[in-house]
Design a protein around this ligand. Structure first.
Ligand code: XMP
Length: 517
């Protein structure tokens, strides 16, 4: 994207679980940064001309046969480099120091003593004061590379940090990006501002300016369409484009009949307030008839995905003369497909408008592809989106169809809608909605015996799923207070016809997933 500030830091990914965290911390310090796989070419690094490079951690040992490495010439470009954990060991190995091979890992908190409170440790206290840092490593430094000195140690790690005597090269054995490292922010800020000479100027205002200019340049006088779901990503995408080239954009909102109670009406009302040109398509019956008799989750997803493309394509052709398709792709999706680990294996096929650009020969516009979710939310607020919409929980493209186990019918959809509305209402009124990642109801296609008044009932079961998560990659079930759960259960059983039992899902991801299908 057009980086109007011009400053940028690269994070080279060696496969660490915390690579994304490094990038987030750098951006929190208001310096723009991007993640690249470790094997980025030197030409590309030169072309980007970053102000600094951070080498991430990773699971390998520098002695592994296939150990990921960069060219030693990276250290000849005159760019400041900070190696974290594996990044530090690799620096040592490449610059002819010695890494000691270890067969057990040091994992967890350690006390760091600083021997040289300057540069990356500027403002911190010298030994004997100690700081908590987070370690996660096997190998460690046995002999420093030529011209490097040790600048910090811990009880178990004699070289816990190092620096070059003259060049701006640093290494830390601990992880400054994790919150358990109490001086993590200081170390990264010192590297960015004191060593790399960056200014803390990256914020959502500069993003907005850059993105608006970029959209104008790329789109020219072309026409765009955007698939709007009412979720924060697609709505921000549409709003941004609207701001840049308003009259050239038409947003298409397809109601697939699998939305929550009153969702289409609420979303449309919001969008109207936001002054967007929205083309509404009520395609509920089409989707429902395609789903008739289908029980397999993957088949349901495929049918919904394909039908969506079909409806969308018809509407796009009706609008006519379209050149671009706007999508709310976020940075984690981009990294996932380019990172060291490669695309992760498909556990569930997630539906999006994939395939459409090729069929219709549309060019993709993805203005959010450099942002993390929390950054998108900040942009959303800046663009005047109402809080209710900004902090809505994620909702899957296939909607309630993957929360009704087994066949999706109009009757089941109605039962689930009512139960789900109660869950959301209680989560919101109790103040829990904003504290969790997602909260929803799932309808199970099994019936159990109950008693209501004096009568025997034989009705369905609803499961409640509420999870805490940072990025949906992992999740844990939320420990909701039992009286809140009791309230949810009582109201569902009393108010929703066809349900006589409520369960709470206490599985974490992995091994379960957030959605049930
Ligand atoms: P899982 O169930 O894989 O979900 O743990 C992770 C996150 O992704 C959402 N999700 C989807 N989002 N289309 C989407 O746009 C989909 O098909 C889809 N399936 C799951 C899910 O709600 C959770 O936030």
């Amino acid at each position: 994207m057009i980086n109007i500030i011009g400053q940028k830091v690269l994070v080279l990914d060696f496969g660490s679980q915390t690579t994304q965290l490094i990038a987030r911390r750098v951006r929190e310090a208001r310096v723009y940064c991007e993640i690249y796989p470790y094997n980025i070419s030197l030409e590309k690094v030169r072309a980007i001309g970053p102000n600094g490079i951070i080498l991430s951690g990773g699971p390998a040992s520098v002695y592994d046969k296939q150990a990921p490495a960069v060219s030693p010439e990276l250290f000849e470009l005159g760019i400041p480099i900070l190696g974290i954990c594996y990044g530090m060991q690799l620096t040592t190995h490449l610059l002819k120091g010695k890494v000691e091979r270890s067969y057990h890992r040091e994992y967890g908190p350690a006390r760091l003593s600083i021997d040289d409170p300057d540069d990356i440790f500027y403002g911190l206290a010298r030994d004997p004061v100690t700081y908590q840092v987070w370690m996660s490593h096997g190998d460690r430094i046995e002999a420093l590379p030529k011209d490097f000195i040790c600048i910090a140690h811990s009880e178990t790690c004699p070289v816990a940090a190092m620096r070059h005597r003259r060049s701006p090269f640093y290494g830390v054995q601990f992880h400054p990006e994790v919150i358990h490292t109490e001086i993590g922010k200081d170390v990264l800020a010192n590297f960015l501002f004191r060593v790399c000479g960056c200014q803390p100027t990256w914020d959502m205002y500069s993003f907005l300016q850059g993105a608006t200019t970029e959209i104008k340049v790329k789109v020219g006088s072309g026409r765009l369409i955007c698939a709007l779901s009412g979720g924060v990503d697609s709505t921000v995408t549409a709003l941004l484009i609207n701001r840049a080239v308003g009259h050239q954009l038409t947003s298409i909102f397809v109601n697939n009949g699998l939305l929550r109670k009153n969702e289409a009406e609420t979303v449309l009302a919001f969008l109207k307030q936001l002054d967007l040109k929205v083309h509404y398509v009520d395609a509920g019956n089409r989707f429902l008839s395609k789903l008739g008799g289908i029980e397999d989750p993957e088949k349901k997803r495929k049918i919904i995905g394909e039908e969506f493309i079909r409806v969308f394509e018809e509407e796009a052709r009706r609008i006519g003369d379209v050149h671009f398709l706007a999508q709310g792709t976020l940075y984690p999706d981009v990294i996932e497909s380019v990172s060291f680990k490669g695309p992760s294996s498909t556990i569930k096929s997630h539906h999006n408008v994939g395939g459409l650009p090729d069929i219709m020969q549309l060019e993709l516009i993805e203005p959010l592809r450099e942002l993390f979710k929390d950054e998108v939310r900040k942009v959303a607020v800046k663009l005047g989106m109402p809080e209710d919409l900004v902090f809505r929980h994620p909702f899957p493209g296939p909607g309630l169809a993957i929360r009704i186990l087994g066949e999706v019918t109009a009757e089941r959809l109605n039962v689930l809608r009512e139960a789900d509305a109660i869950v959301l209402q209680i989560m919101k009124s109790s103040g829990w909605y904003r504290k969790v990642w997602q909260a929803f109801a799932v309808l199970l296609p099994i019936r159990t015996v109950g008693v209501m008044g004096d009568e025997r009932t034989y009705d369905n079961v609803v499961a409640i799923r509420v999870v805490d998560s940072l990025d949906a990659m992992t999740a844990d079930w939320t420990r909701l207070p039992s009286d809140l759960l009791a309230k949810i259960s009582n109201r569902i059983i009393n108010e929703v016809r066809g349900v006589n039992r409520v369960c709470y899902d206490i599985s974490s991801k992995p091994p379960a997933t957030i959605e049930w299908e």
